[in-house]
Design a protein around this ligand. Structure first.
Ligand SMILES: Nc1ncnc2c1ncn2[C@@H]1O[C@H](COP(=O)(O)OP(=O)(O)OP(=O)(O)O)[C@@H](O)[C@H]1O
Ligand SMILES: [Mg+2]
Length: 421
């Protein structure tokens, strides 16, 4: 492949460039750029790109594909300079990281890359990223920008009740045991719990890699979410609200970003700031947690009023629960906040199941404060259709139980508010 901008600039006008220390290393990127843009792109080194873009007028280049290898991290400042100049000239930046450390990736995203697609590129990933950045009205703001990009669908909040916000988190102790189903439906039940004076509810999906709240409610994922996660500390309440998506004008959701991001892209400080932002604007905040224990699990546990853990009546759940409880105890964390939820719990007439449940609770030394029945296929179907159970299967036994639980929580909140007032 011929390298250099001059060669590439003929005959098609250049609309984009790859920028890297060694373009030959990124064979798949070259292939994809050719597929997407034909001849209308060039390839530049980091310093070349900085100087070239610096001399351009705005609007002369759509985007750069900034390919950064682990080896480039030693001189990340040079790469940062490229992003800075691109932003100055309103040129979108698609970051293509290969073997970058999380800290390096975070830093480059913080500087204002518009999107990132890890290398080696997955089929169609570059095409999607190009389409996305071309749609964006402006580059994403960095922490020092005053303005935030316009976002659609401002979330609605109910009237603020008088008390302090209630904060709940939901985590599964074994994958697929219904944590997100509980978080989503509890949020929706609470948002509808009082016709006259409904509490305002915000649901935050922190299952950054496998978050399915957006799927279960059929919501778009805001791009600004990734930016916000990088830089929550400097975000104000208005900026936070712009990242939210409304569901039927009654529930506000902070979804996960469109791409998979490392769980440690946020740390305890970011999580605290995010929950604070939500608690400043909403009566009830519900956090859907990732299934793995991360450095900020403790932060959430310390911050919430109640931490719901879902499990089922099987050995996998029992062993995970045992380890979880042991770890919490060893760290001196507030075990009393844990609310154990047994999902797909045995029915009234299942005496054998009841007996096993009792034994499991005894061996863990816990009480299953909530038992959720199996709701059958309609539960999965509601999720697939992007509808909460109250809308899709009102009479479903699982819905009834989640309604009961939410009703109890709301009454307790109101009682507490009155007692304080
Ligand atoms: N009580 C139930 N009755 C019937 N189906 C259920 C029930 N609870 C959960 N499901 C179904 O099980 C699947 C997994 O549920 P969900 O996504 O809520 O679990 P999770 O614990 O959040 O999983 P993940 O580990 O992926 O985060 C979904 O298809 C959901 O519809
Ligand atoms: Mg989940």
């Amino acid at each position: 492949m011929s390298s250099g901008l001059a060669l590439r600039s003929e005959p098609a006008p250049i609309v984009a460039c790859t920028v890297s220390s060694m373009v030959h290393h990124f064979g798949l990127l070259i292939e994809d750029m050719e597929n997407e843009l034909g001849e209308a792109w060039g390839d530049l080194g980091f310093d070349e790109a900085r100087d070239f873009m610096g001399a351009l007028d705005e609007g002369h280049l759509d985007f750069i594909a900034l390919a950064v290898r682990g080896e480039d991290e030693a001189d990340l400042g040079r790469v940062g300079e490229v992003i800075r100049v691109a932003r100055e000239k309103k040129i979108k930046v698609i970051l293509i990281p290969e073997n970058l450390s999380t800290a390096g990736l975070r830093e480059l995203l913080r500087l204002g890359a518009d999107d990132f697609v890890p290398y080696p590129l997955a089929e169609g990933a570059l095409r999607d990223a190009i389409a996305k950045v071309r749609q964006k009205p402006e580059p994403m703001p960095s922490s020092d920008d005053q303005a935030t990009p316009p976002q659609v669908t401002a979330p609605t909040t109910g009237q603020r009740l008088d008390g302090k916000s209630a904060i709940f988190a939901v985590q599964n102790l074994a994958g697929g045991t219904g944590a997100t189903t509980l978080a989503v439906n509890m949020a929706w039940e609470l948002a509808n719990i009082d016709k006259k004076n409904p509490p305002s509810v915000c649901l935050i999906d922190l299952d950054l890699q496998h978050g399915s709240v957006a799927t279960y409610l059929d919501l778009p994922r805001r791009e600004i979410v990734l930016e916000l996660l990088q830089d929550v500390a400097s975000m104000d309440s208005d900026g936070f609200k712009q990242a939210l998506v409304g569901f039927q004008d009654r529930l506000s959701i902070f979804t996960t970003p469109g791409e998979i991001v490392p769980l440690d892209i946020i740390g305890p400080d970011e999580v605290t700031a995010l929950i604070d932002l939500a608690a400043n604007s909403f009566d009830i905040v519900i956090v859907d947690m990732p299934r793995t224990i991360v450095v900020w699990t403790e932060t959430v546990l310390n911050r919430v009023d109640m931490f719901f853990t879902t499990m089922e009546l099987d050995l996998r759940s029992a062993q995970n629960a045992m380890r979880f409880i042991k770890a919490l105890r060893a760290e001196g964390l507030p075990l009393e906040k844990i609310h154990y939820v047994l999902n797909r719990a045995p029915g009234l007439t299942d005496l054998n199941g009841k007996n096993r449940m009792k034994k499991m609770a005894e061996s863990l030394g816990v009480k299953f404060a909530t038992q959720l029945p199996d709701g059958g296929r309609p539960v999965m179907q509601a999720g697939d259709n992007g509808e909460p159970l109250a809308d899709a299967a009102k009479k479903n036994p699982l819905r009834k139980e989640i309604h009961k639980l939410s009703d109890g929580l709301f009454k307790a909140m109101v009682a507490e508010t009155r007692a304080k007032g």
